[in-house]
Ligand binder design. Sequence first.
Ligand code: CU
Length: 295
Amino acid sequence: MGAVSAAAMALVPTMASAQDVGRGHPEPGQFHLQESVTPIMDSIVAFHDGVLMWTITLIVLFVLALIIVIVVRFNAKANPVPARFTHNTLVEVIWTVVPILILAVIAIPSFGVLSDQLTVPDGERKYLGANLFSAEVEVPEATLTVKASGEQWYWNYEYVDQGVAFDSNILSEAEIAELKPGQPRLLAVNNELVVPVDTTVRMQITASPSGVIHAFAVPSFGIKIDAVPGRLNETWFNARETGLYYGQCSELCGKDHAFMPIAVRVVSAEEFATFIAAFEESRDYATAAALLPAL
Ligand SMILES: [Cu+2]
């Protein structure tokens, strides 16, 4: 275990620097999940660290121990005359029942997180957050609705209640250098989805009626949901920190699947109010986005 904890310690600087610099997108050499900024991602991190890692680590160590016992005790030299029996009812019952119990224990928080992801807050329902076995996190009612539509191959976003929409396209490396220096390649877009901080956003996800299936995913928010033509899927997020958060289409959708990134810009409530008012008035994304602080 000494070597394992030393190895774990060696990772700490990488994870710390990833949190300082790479918020909202992966860093080269990064370990672990992206930093969480929503209650759902808190649940996913807790599920991963608190349930899954322990389960798989114990199973791997147990199987390794069995293999070592077999290699040492039952090789041809140590055990020249093998036993001839073929069944052992007790062992067979154990190796059937124990995995079922393990799966049941994993299933309880897993289904809890899944139903949290798919149930848009009404202001009363409590959410799991980082505590997977008791729902205690309060989330305010959704006050903003955004419809994201997967197109071939870019995203279209609509502020449903305001009735304004815009397309969001990937930027080439040359365009990033010119327009948005420092932003990550293959993730930076021309028009980010702008949302307010500490606000519950209802996301409606679909795809172009004449198009193909995509999936809308933003790791820092713990969102991943299919974008299906003719179907409106629903999820939500409530980001507690401002910043730029990236995701990617997560359904193999065609030739430019890798080139339709998602960029969500979380801004303060005042900045969002200014932005959305200007967008409604001008019906032009660029005019409204120009009022936000430069990226
Ligand atoms: Cu796609």
